[in-house]
Design a protein around this ligand. Structure first.
Ligand code: MGD
Ligand code: MGD
Ligand code: SF4
Ligand code: MO
Length: 816
């Protein structure tokens, strides 16, 4: 067994060498004193607010709206009806709460997305016998509308509304008008559609949190602005904001400010991520999927050394020890009993025990536990990497538990163990209306619902609103989504399921780039880009700075492109519900104006549509620090949580019930619901990796700065700046005769990819990370040369949320 010897990460000085090897990461510049400084342009003096070219016709307020967890204003300079230049925001300054919301390398390269050869130019109909042939012919809009309306009538008549489904897709999520494209509004007026719960981002955490904190979604932690003022320590736990929230409006900025303010930062991650390299004082490399074991051992240390916050646990929690269990719970079922070895497994969760699982030396675990328990207010700030694993629910809940054991919940400088908190934007979304169908599936289960929908049940598959599905998905819309052949699990199996068009009979795609998913559709519609339509853009994960961006139509739609809401309105008109659908609104500007009017009804301080055009960006910072659960902390009786006990439930009787009732007909290791966030070895986890000779490497797929998922993945400049590379530890590479930059094959029983190796000590031994979202490029042997990690991932769902454990995979790597 190869495990980690070093505890803290490589020094910044040695990182300089790696970044040189790696071709240097964006945003990192070396200073002459050998220190690495983050050169995020939103920080310090580096402000790009030039007025750009003067030989243009106009400069228009637009935005980048991909789902990267930020939203950035862009100023598009237009000449002769063409965007000739992209400029970043210049409506703010460099203060924390009025900062320029500076676009990253992706948004600034927007021109290449607008004028990309991959743009879909006309409606297209499949002519290939099989979907995977990807053969099409151009058709007119009129013919396209005829096909759609006919197919909709047929599907509603023959199979009913439960057979109609719009797939998950986040490509235009962050635009008030474009986000739904009117598809759900259309279906709701036609009789409804099968819905889904959760999202690919944090499905596990969104479903497990209610049992602990009673929250309907994830439980956010304190904001980083609060941490800058009040925390002694921030732990970025599987959270990499320097890469996943890169905008000047986002967390890359505040995390950098926290570091500059002297708040200590520790990163727990299998990778020495950009966050670790840039703002952290220590990196704790961990084997993927083992966080619950690390937490158990940390609690073991705290109990031994009496460092836990017993008063907090007694007053605010149930389930930590035997004296505070819900009625009817078995003996020795508390978390403390589990840690002390008095539970069912009889194993004491010592640092040595955890070291053998996590790969973190026992002494490091001890020191880390002491530091978290004694530093003063600590913001334990969990990203969504840990929960995107087989049994990611227990991973996430264990990190929440650590915040409770250390009494950090609901206090300034502390946190809940969730992701950094933010001030929720106020502007309203388009009204999709009510869905008459109450049945929902987990958003990761759509391939099952196509393949064998009527076999899916509530207890076995997490069908909600009904005991079982009566019909599979027969009509599917894929809009702003690259799910079919990029972002969902197991691309090969998914393509197989989709190739049988007796199952899902019709797939309607709408995108502005000809992606691998569009190539699997029966009918493809050419959408506009944000620059070709009107919209309003809300902020999202931008800490305490909320804002709204005006996205004006900068240029006329290219080719035969039409905006989605105009397309769905026309379908509605042809189906005889035009007025109900549009209420007289004719174009994207009308919809955007209505939304701003609606926003102003509840928030009269907001600018009018025309005022916002002049302002370009409207900022409305939070008035006080975001400290979730502070009312509960102040008075838990007056402000109980939405759990059965009203307290934080570290043992959940509800989960104990589900564990008895739910069915796992073909269980794999880890398909287990436990009432406490115990460590559960899973399918393709670290234990299997250590015994599996065929596939001994754990493969994760981090979110990468080159792209937002797959979006921007076809841009030459982005590919050049940040090529697709699989991270592999130097010792694993050496064993396989692989050198930095070599082409490697990465494979398991689900598929094979070829990509370039990034050989580095920046990743834990035994782990490979293939940045998710690369565009697939098949060869005739079915090997993907794009390096898409989802060729290797599994469709097997997590136990509680029926979600995407896409970071849990085993594979082998060899030199190509
Ligand atoms: N540049 C860029 N930014 C993005 C996106 C993008 O594609 N590109 N996508 C956006 C979207 S939609 C989302 S949902 C977010 C995603 O945000 P996250 O889900 O937080 O991102 P990930 O990269 O999956 O995981 C975060 C970190 O967790 C680490 N990790 C993986 N497994 C484990 C584990 O078992 N334990 C621990 N401790 N760490 C682990 C990874 O190495 C990674 O550094 O990012 C958003 N931002
Ligand atoms: N292995 C693995 N897989 C993952 C993840 C992971 O961590 N690991 N992360 C998951 C997560 S968190 C998420 S959120 C999903 C994201 O999965 P998707 O939501 O599918 O994300 P993208 O790949 O960005 O695809 C968005 C699509 O929207 C299109 N688009 C952009 N603008 C427009 C527009 O104006 N109109 C239309 N019609 N289309 C537009 C883009 O061209 C692109 O094809 O991926 C998930 N997949
Ligand atoms: S990808 Fe995200 S951070 Fe980059 S410009 Fe677009 S919204 Fe901003
Ligand atoms: Mo996501």
């Amino acid at each position: 067994m190869k495990d980690l010897k070093s505890t803290s990460g490589p020094t910044r000085r040695s990182f300089l060498k790696w970044s040189a090897i790696a071709g240097a990461s964006a945003g990192l510049v070396a200073c002459s004193n050998g220190k690495v400084k983050y050169s995020h342009p939103g920080q310090g003096k580096l402000v790009a607010n030039g007025t750009g070219r003067t030989d243009v016709d106009r400069t228009v307020s637009s935005a980048c709206v991909v789902n990267c967890g930020s939203r950035c204003p862009l100023r598009l300079q237009v000449k002769d009806g063409r965007v000739v230049r992209v400029l970043p925001d210049n409506t703010g300054d460099n203060t924390l709460m009025n900062r320029n919301i500076l676009a990253c390398v992706r948004g600034r390269n927007m021109r290449e997305r607008i004028y990309n050869p991959d743009r879909i130019k006309t409606p297209m109909k499949r002519i290939g016998k099989k979907r995977s042939e990807g053969k099409f012919k151009a058709i007119s809009w009129d013919e396209a509308f005829d096909i759609i309306t006919k197919q909709l009538r047929y599907t509603y008549d023959k199979y009913g509304p439960e057979s109609v489904y719009k797939n998950y897709g986040s490509g235009v999520w962050n635009a008030h008008v474009a986000y739904s494209g009117g598809w759900h509004r259309l279906f709701n007026l036609l009789g409804g559609h099968l819905g889904y719960y959760g999202n690919y981002s944090y499905l596990q955490i969104s479903q497990c949190t209610k049992y602990v904190y009673g929250a309907a979604d994830e439980q956010m932690s304190n904001s980083l602005e609060d941490s800058i003022a009040n925390s002694k320590l921030i732990v970025f736990w599987g959270n990499n904001p320097l890469e996943t929230r890169m905008s000047g409006g986002g967390i890359a900025f505040t995390a950098t400010k926290a570091h500059e303010a002297g708040v200590k930062i520790i990163v727990v991650d299998p990778r020495y991520s950009d966050t670790a390299a840039t703002v952290a004082d220590q990196w704790i490399p961990i084997r993927p999927g083992t966080d619950a074991a690390l937490v158990a051992a940390m609690v073991h240390v705290m109990l031994k050394e009496n460092l836990h916050d017993q008063a907090f646990l007694d007053k605010y929690c149930i389930g930590f020890d035997e004296a505070h269990m819900p009625a009817g719970a078995p003996k020795n079922a508390s978390y403390r009993s589990y840690v002390e070895g008095k539970g069912k497994d009889g194993v004491e969760k010592t640092p040595e025990w955890a070291a053998s699982i996590t790969g973190i030396p026992a002494d490091t675990i001890r020191k880390f536990a002491r530091e978290v328990a004694t530093s003063g207010p600590v913001n334990i700030n969990q990203g969504w990497g840990p929960q995107r694993h087989a049994n990611g629910e227990n991973q996430a809940n264990s990190i929440y538990l650590l915040a409770c054991v250390t009494g950090n919940v609901g206090i300034p400088g502390g946190g809940t163990g969730g992701r950094d908190g933010y001030y929720w934007p106020k502007s309203v979304w388009m009204d999709d209306g009510e869905n008459p169908v109450e049945t929902t599936i987990s958003c990761y289960k759509w391939t099952d619902a196509i393949d064998h929908g009527p076999e899916m049940t509530a207890l076995k598959d997490g069908v909600r609103g009904k005991d079982k599905l009566d019909v599979g998905i027969k009509f599917m819309v894929v809009y702003g989504s690259n799910m079919l052949s990029s972002q969902h699990g197991d691309i090969n199996r998914t393509r197989q399921i989709l190739d049988d068009d007796s199952k899902c009979e019709f797939i309607l795609g709408m995108d502005n780039q000809m992606t691998a998913s569009m190539k699997l559709c029966d009918l493809v519609l050419p959408d506009t880009t944000t620059s070709e339509r009107w919209d309003l853009i809300p902020s999202e994960y931008t800490g305490e700075l909320a804002y709204e961006i005006m996205a004006e139509k900068a240029i006329e739609p290219l080719y035969e492109c039409k905006s989605a809401i105009e397309v769905t309105a026309e379908i509605a008109r042809r189906m005889g519900i035009g007025d109900k659908f549009s209420g007289g609104k004719k174009n994207t500007e009308d919809w955007a104006r209505e939304i701003q009017d609606m926003t102003r009804k509840d928030n009269p301080e907001f600018p009018t549509f025309d005022e916002l055009r002049k302002m370009r960006v409207y900022r409305y910072p939070a008035k006080e620090h975001v400290v979730p659960l502070k009312e509960f902390r102040a008075d838990p009786v007056a402000n109980p949580l939405e759990t059965p006990s009203g307290k934080i439930e570290l043992y959940s009787a509800q989960l104990a019930e589900l564990a008895k009732k739910w069915q796992f007909p073909n269980p794999l290791p880890g398909d287990e619901i436990t009432p406490i966030p115990a460590y559960v070895p899973t399918r393709e986890g670290v234990e299997e990796a250590r015994t599996n000779k065929k596939y001994p490497l754990q493969v994760i797929g981090h979110h990468y700065k080159s792209r937002t998922h797959s979006t921007y993945g076809n841009l030459s400049k982005n590919r050049e700046a940040h090529p697709q590379k699989a991270w592999i530890n130097s010792s694993d590479a050496k064993e396989r005769g692989i050198q930095n930059g070599d082409q490697v094959l990465i494979f398991n029983d689900r598929g094979k990819i070829q990509t370039q190796a990034f050989v580095s000590p920046r990743i834990a031994p035994g782990v490979v990370s293939v940045p998710q979202g690369a565009w697939v490029e098949w060869d005739e042997d079915g090997v993907d040369h794009g390096g898409a990690v989802n060729v290797l991932t599994s469709l097997h769902t997590t136990p509680l949320s029926k979600g995407n454990g896409q970071h849990t995979n085993l594979a082998q790597v060899k030199k190509a």
